[in-house]
Write a protein that binds this ligand. Structure first.
Ligand code: N2P
Length: 407
């Protein structure tokens, strides 16, 4: 009995120490190892204003550095919120992740979903609150930073930033990961039902100029996503997928309008299930969604059409307006996602590519070597990022409205 008590006591001590470390005790243990924070402290050096860079990591000077936030308690007094809500794409976490985080930290996670960057942006611009973490793609991060919609991250609370592949610390839209941390990246192409369709169209021509006797005529969908759909049409037409040339855009719009009769609809939420279930034969969509559905239905394959497709990086960011407690809890969650085991579990489950180098090192070879998750160079060179277009974004939106409302 005595021995049991001693063991129980030791176990409690170990668990308490681990829990403290997870709850920001990590700050104390990280401090003597500045090298570990290399990604966080080195990357900002590349920015044009080196004097500004150290601010986010110098916690003790924070009260002086942020006069507008004077009433906020000193960072060390802040306790994480009991619960936060993540505003995320659907099917974008491994099922056990939120529970694991709650077990480790006591913080509960709720999730709400959006279907496109434009939905996310409109919702936040419309004043939605209550989300402590959002997951916008690259070009939308650029827009949100520009519009002052994001909190700066406190890198002291995210020691696992050191696990990021250095490539992902130098991104054009957020060098030094001042505002966001890359979550997963992927591609947009075509998924199809391998049982019902032997030869899917290799060119976008088969999609945008489908003939009535093509088996997929009327049994395919396009994403309900302005920039993705215009990118696909522009890439097919041989134009820059971020063009500001209105004649080219008009041509793309007309192509999309004439293609409508061959579409079962625009869908961002269920398209992969409709293909798996055989209701549709193919769909425009995201690689990981199709590959997850392939696990479920066993009859889906994915490819990038010969003219090319898009590539994107989604990111974890904290919207302005959160409480200090929610911000700390969200930073702890970001740190959790950056854990190598968690990162590997996430990518292996949902078939999107992890930007976490330490996760990749321990990940299953089947995942790391899957060319549909990590495209080889000959495919990679055909993939294009969607870029932020500033004011011009509204032109795409107007043309998209015309496409959507055309008969
Ligand atoms: C996951 C959606 C992928 C995000 N269901 C596309 N940026």
């Amino acid at each position: 009995m005595q021995r049991k008590h001693i063991f129980a006591l030791i176990a409690i001590l170990i668990i308490t120490t681990m829990a403290l470390a997870a709850c920001g005790g990590s700050k104390a243990t990280e401090a003597p190892k500045p090298a570990e924070n290399a990604a966080a402290t080195e990357a900002p050096k590349e920015e044009p204003k080196p004097t500004e860079a150290p601010k986010p990591t110098e916690a003790p000077k924070e009260e002086e550095a942020k006069p507008t936030e004077a009433p906020a308690p000193a960072e060390s007094d802040v306790k994480p919120a009991d619960e936060i809500v993540v505003y995320n794409w659907s099917d974008y976490v491994a099922p056990e992740m939120y529970d694991m985080f709650t077990e480790q930290t006591g913080i509960k996670i709720g999730e709400d979903n959006f279907s496109s960057n434009e939905d996310l942006l409109a919702k936040l611009q419309g004043g939605a609150t209550g989300y402590a973490l959002i997951v916008p793609s690259d070009y939308t991060v650029a827009i949100m930073i520009e519009e002052g919609m994001l909190e700066e991250l406190d890198h002291n609370n995210i020691p696992n930033l050191k696990n990021l592949d250095p490539e992902f610390t130098k991104l054009y839209y957020d060098p030094g990961n001042k505002y966001c941390v890359p979550y997963l990246w992927g591609t947009t192409g075509i998924g199809y039902n391998t049982e019902l369709l032997e030869n899917p169209p290799q060119s976008w021509k088969g999609i945008f100029e489908a003939k009535e006797d093509d088996p997929w005529y009327g049994r395919m969908t396009l994403l309900d996503d302005v920039r993705e759909v215009f990118s696909a049409a522009l890439i097919y037409l041989g134009y820059d997928n971020n063009t500001k040339d209105e004649a080219q855009l008009d041509e793309a719009k007309n192509l999309l309008i004439s293609a409508k009769k061959a579409m079962a609809g625009y869908d961002t939420d269920n398209y992969e299930d409709l293909v798996g279930a055989g209701e549709n034969l193919l769909a425009h969509g995201w690689n990981g969604d199709f590959l997850q559905a392939a696990d479920e239905y066993g009859n889906i394959d994915y490819y990038i059409p010969e003219e090319g497709g898009t590539i994107w990086i989604d990111n974890m960011c904290i919207p302005k307006g959160v409480t200090p407690e929610e911000k700390l809890a969200a930073e702890m969650y970001i740190n959790f996602v950056l854990d190598p085991e968690v990162g590997a579990m996430l990518g292996e489950y949902n078939y999107y590519a992890t930007p976490n180098k330490a996760a990749l090192e321990i990940a299953d070879p089947e995942y790391k070597e899957n060319p549909l998750v990590f495209p080889p160079p000959e495919i990679r060179e055909k993939l294009h990022f969607i870029k932020p277009l500033g004011e011009f974004e509204s032109v795409y939106q107007r043309l998209w409205d015309e496409v959507k409302s055309a008969q």
